[in-house]
Design a protein around this ligand. Structure first.
Ligand SMILES: CC(=O)SCCNC(=O)CCNC(=O)[C@H](O)C(C)(C)COP(=O)(O)OP(=O)(O)OC[C@H]1O[C@@H](n2cnc3c(N)ncnc32)[C@H](O)[C@@H]1OP(=O)(O)O
Ligand SMILES: CC(C)C(=O)C(=O)O
Length: 564
């Protein structure tokens, strides 16, 4: 890198607009959206879309709700020309959708473009020429007047050709390409000349599209430029003021939002920000940002996964896992405090109340995303995340002290393995630790009888693999089992006992009771868990697992009856 970047690059000059209004504006309605996925998006792919992919993308854009779609640069290739013809001749264009075609402001290209749209019901013909000083001097070697004439002559040609095809409603769009790098006075002069040459009226508006062909400044500068145009363009009531931001500085979304606040009526961009270099503005993000402020964008992303898949297949470029609203990881929290807050947020969220879940700016369900991957566990995670997965995937709601204990077990595992643990891994770890602590004692069977206002139990256990029948009495089955175990020298107390039902699920099996017992034995305190359709069996299994985990060593007592 240059040691003195100021010797190579200069700061973008501020726009003289002292009384700018946009900073206080609020976006309260969506702009007109124009998807240029099939043009700007397409022209920047390794492999431009073939006819099938273009059609697939076109149909999806219609389904999402785009009413204006730039479908091709027809003079660029036969594929593009034919695609426009197919759309028109095979009547693929819904009544409420207007296709758009792009051409340079050059006569032979305009003629070819107009030929491509013959027979269409309605079409936006989009002409552009670059007008900034660099293009005037370096690319065209033209004066300002010559560059303006290039635009105006092209408009006149489109107008004349449109008059010869009365069956087609032709809407004119003009883009002063490289607008953001152009003197504002000159940009306005060219645009006003275009508006006049077209004869725009409030009933027959012209679209003036001001592109950030290359994003060259902070988004507030773009907003100033747009507000300046909004306030200075002639016949503003006959003009649809449009934005076409690129993302060279990574601020296209911000520039678009500020541009709308500054007075723009319309936005051009691509899904997931495809387009030249760093891409066009991502329309998904702009639209859903609006949605999260309570403004419906008029575009439907309720099956985001399907939209993402189609775009990936058509462009052959993957969506980044952290791409706003759409990436695989954007509804995922790995870190403990985030997981804890999300878990609590879900628990307190009422069905029809305003959305208020920490760390999630949008309800994933609104985009057809499930909650499944919201919490994922690695070494950065805490008890909340582990508890969330146990509950959401297996229906097991752990008592708080068990959450703390088990999260330590998971932490040891993630530290040892280094990578993410799945819900299945956690479930296996849980069972290995709490429900399958089968030595030295394991539960076989029980029989209960009411006796003297309490319960008498006949408990069959295996002690180091040897089946043994024990008897005991108590004020309930748990108490009776604890007493029965004393006959083999196991002196345990129950410090806490909770039993919950866990619903039938693919992972946990049939509907069951889940007993969590905190056992004090041999000077240690350990949880044991039992899961079984029968609640007494679940409780006794939990006690025995807890006792085993305490490291008990049972001894044979006379009261114990060995079974052959
Ligand atoms: C910012 C944008 O994304 S604009 C859209 C850009 N998209 C594309 O270019 C994709 C399709 N393009 C093409 O297929 C071709 O470039 C065509 C059909 C437009 C033109 O093809 P060619 O005539 O072979 O010219 P070529 O591609 O070499 O471009 C150079 C010509 O374009 C002109 N040109 C270059 N930039 C511009 C511009 N921004 N505005 C108008 N004319 C331009 C040049 O002056 C030059 O014209 P000349 O041959 O009369 O000197
Ligand atoms: C043709 C224009 C609108 C363009 O694509 C650009 O300036 O980026």
């Amino acid at each position: 890198m240059h040691a003195q970047p100021s010797q190579k690059y200069q700061p973008f000059p501020a726009v003289q607009l002292q009384d700018r209004q946009w900073p206080a504006a609020v976006i309260s309605k969506p702009p007109v959206w124009m998807s240029t996925d099939l043009r700007d998006g397409n022209q920047s792919l390794f492999e431009p879309m073939d006819a099938d992919k273009k059609m697939r993308m076109f149909k999806m854009l219609c389904q999402i709700g785009f009413k204006e779609i730039e479908v091709a640069f027809p003079s660029a290739s036969q594929t593009d020309f034919n695609f426009v013809r197919t759309l028109i001749e095979q009547q693929h264009i819904p009544d409420d959708v207007t296709i758009e075609v792009l051409t340079q402001a050059r006569e032979h290209l305009i003629r070819r473009t107009m030929e491509s749209v013959r027979g269409a019901r309605r079409v936006i013909v989009h002409i552009y020429n670059a007008i900034s000083p660099t293009f005037r001097e370096v690319v065209f070697n033209m004066s300002k007047d010559e560059v303006k004439a290039m635009a105006v002559d092209s408009v006149k040609l489109v107008k004349a050709m449109a008059a010869e095809m009365p069956e087609t409603e032709v809407i004119l769009q003009y883009s002063p390409e490289t607008f953001t790098a152009t003197e504002l006075e000159f940009a306005r002069e060219v645009c006003d000349a275009v508006t006049a040459a077209w004869g725009a009226t409030p009933a027959r508006k012209v679209i003036i599209n001001c592109p950030a062909t290359v994003e060259v400044a902070t988004p507030n500068v773009y907003a100033d430029q747009i507000e300046w145009m909004h306030r200075h363009l002639a016949r503003r009531d006959s003009v649809i003021l449009s934005l076409h931001p690129h993302n060279d500085r990574g601020t296209a979304v911000a520039a678009t939002e500020l541009g709308i606040m500054a007075g723009a009526d319309r936005v051009e961009g691509c899904l997931f920000g495809h387009g030249e270099r760093t891409g066009n503005v991502d329309l998904v993000t702009v639209a859903l940002n609006m949605y999260t402020q309570g403004v419906h964008p008029g575009l439907d992303f309720s099956d985001m996964n399907a939209v993402g898949r189609t775009v990936e297949e058509c462009t052959q470029i993957d969506i980044h896992p952290r791409h706003p609203y759409a990436g695989d990881l954007v509804f995922t929290a790995f870190s403990g405090s985030h997981q804890d807050a999300i878990k609590k947020g879900f628990a307190s969220q009422q069905e029809h109340a305003l959305w208020n879940v920490p760390y999630l700016p949008i309800d994933p369900k609104d985009l057809g995303r499930s909650y499944d991957s919201i919490i994922r566990v690695n070494s950065q995670s805490g008890k909340g995340g582990v508890a969330y997965l146990m509950e959401s995937q297996y229906g097991v709601v752990m008592p708080r002290r068990l959450q703390v204990e088990f999260s330590g077990v998971v932490q040891q595992y993630t530290d040892a393995h280094g990578s993410e643990v799945t819900a299945t891994d956690i479930w296996q770890l849980f069972n290995r630790t709490y429900t399958e602590a089968a030595t030295p004692l394991s539960f076989n069977d029980y029989q209960l009888q009411s006796q003297d206002g309490g319960q008498a139990i006949r408990l069959t256990v295996a002690v180091n693999g040897v089946a043994t029948v024990l008897s005991g009495q108590g004020n309930g089955p748990v108490d009776a089992a604890i007493h029965a175990l004393q006959s083999i020298g196991v002196h345990a107390q129950v410090r806490s006992f909770e039993e919950r039902s866990i619903g039938a699920s693919a992972s946990a099996g049939e509907a069951s009771a889940c007993a969590f017992v905190e056992v004090v034995c041999e000077g240690r305190v350990c949880y044991g868990v039992g899961i079984h359709p029968d609640i007494v069996t679940a409780s006794i299994q939990a006690i025995i697992n807890g006792i085993n985990r305490c490291g008990v060593v049972p001894v044979a007592k006379e009261a114990a009856v060995k079974v052959a």
